[in-house]
Design a binder for this molecule. Sequence first.
Ligand code: ADP
Ligand code: ASP
Ligand code: MG
Length: 464
Amino acid sequence: MKFGGTSVATGENIRRVANLVAESAKQGNGVVVVVSALNGTTDRLSEAAEKAKKGNDEYVQKFKKELLERHLTATAKAIESKQLRKEVEQMIEKTLDELEKVLTGISYIGELTPKSKDYVLSFGERLSAPIVWGTLRERKLEAQWFTGKEAGIVTDSDFGEASPLMNVTAHQLRERIAPLLEKGVIPVVTGYIAATQDGVVTTLGRGGSDFTATLIGTALAADEVWIWTDVDGIMTADPKIILSAKMLPELSYQEATEMAIFGAKAMHPRALEPVMKENIPARIRNVFNPENPGTLISNEQTAEQRDVVKAVALIRDVAMINVSGAGMVGAPGSYAKIFEVLGKNGINVMMISTAVSEANISLVIRRNMLGRALSTLEIALLGRGLVSDVTAEDDVCVVAVMGANMKGTLGVASRLFTTVAHAGINIRMIAQGSSELNISFVVKEKDGEAAVRAIHEEFKLDNA
Ligand code: ADP
Ligand code: ASP
Ligand code: MG
């Protein structure tokens, strides 16, 4: 069971989490708990790291106090026993002393590397796990808490977005976590964080606690992995945009992955890799509505699959780059050159579209990478006869429409684009993956929500 940031946001919520775990354990299940940081903490840590880098060590003190207060308040609300509370408070204080030293160090050196940033970002989960542990102990449950590193999750050293080394990780998880379950102990593991083979702290990418959960579930051959969050399951659209969005009771691994990649934030994009390989079902459930069975993600779909379009997502914070030049026409390797330059500079391309004329190519990337992408492209490509112009738009978003049944169904694209046109929205770029599981297109940011609404209505997703 993995609990997200909102699920552990306050002491009251943590009690709710502990009750759900206790209930399942009482029914005779072996449960491993994976916890996120209290919501917003990882963002705050990221800001603090940036401020520390600028030499602001007064802020370090203020920030430490803020985190201390929030976590002590949550502890006081979650745990009644004085003894247990004290134990947890001491853990929190010790961890925050360490954070203070790290941030102070960064402020003196004035340098924040991807490596030191991951170290800072790891503190959120290190602060939440002890509170959950204490709350379980108060319910007379045997529990033990670990960092991802202690639990045995080993990654490469791609800081910020590290990839687990699957075999050694699975082996270590089995060795360290499985025996506890056999003894009736509930392991509580920090999500999101891991370590390299040399023990240097890494993170699995934002939202990575989901990935931690599926890694552990797969290593231990769990019956199911449950991802508890603050909505009923994966929905036809972000319920924050479309109030009438409906929960999808079943999805295939491919569909759910497609949705995660395309910004249905409900899950980390790589989270389903391990469980899909071993065919372990995953379930997205609501902590605030546990009667609802949630979305089941598996290979078996029992319900009849009528709907061609299942869901629509909006991906903000992206930018579109257009590279053009008559020199690219018929020049083998010209696209390769563009991708090579971007790849070498750590810039991930989310979407591509080209015309048969070959005279231009449009790319979508994360907006925070735009500056770096433009400067590297300009340095590498301009003035060499291949590319004559590199332009960008940073006020755009991607709308992505998903559904396995789009494959081989005629007319989905035309219906989709007619709908968007009728809403008076101009489309800047289109891409359909050959998987035919999704069609994505770029519109101006101001039109994004309206496009999502129009599509949700046209395909009657709220009657799902
Ligand atoms: P957690 O903290 O539990 O990991 P996240 O914030 O990462 O939760 O993900 C849950 C949120 O994802 C929901 O509150 C919802 O607003 C958002 N979301 C976006 N698209 C979807 C979707 N299609 N279905 C469900 N949730 C979505
Ligand atoms: N706390 C991390 C984040 O905010 C990981 C997670 O919540 O899954 O990205
Ligand atoms: Mg999440």
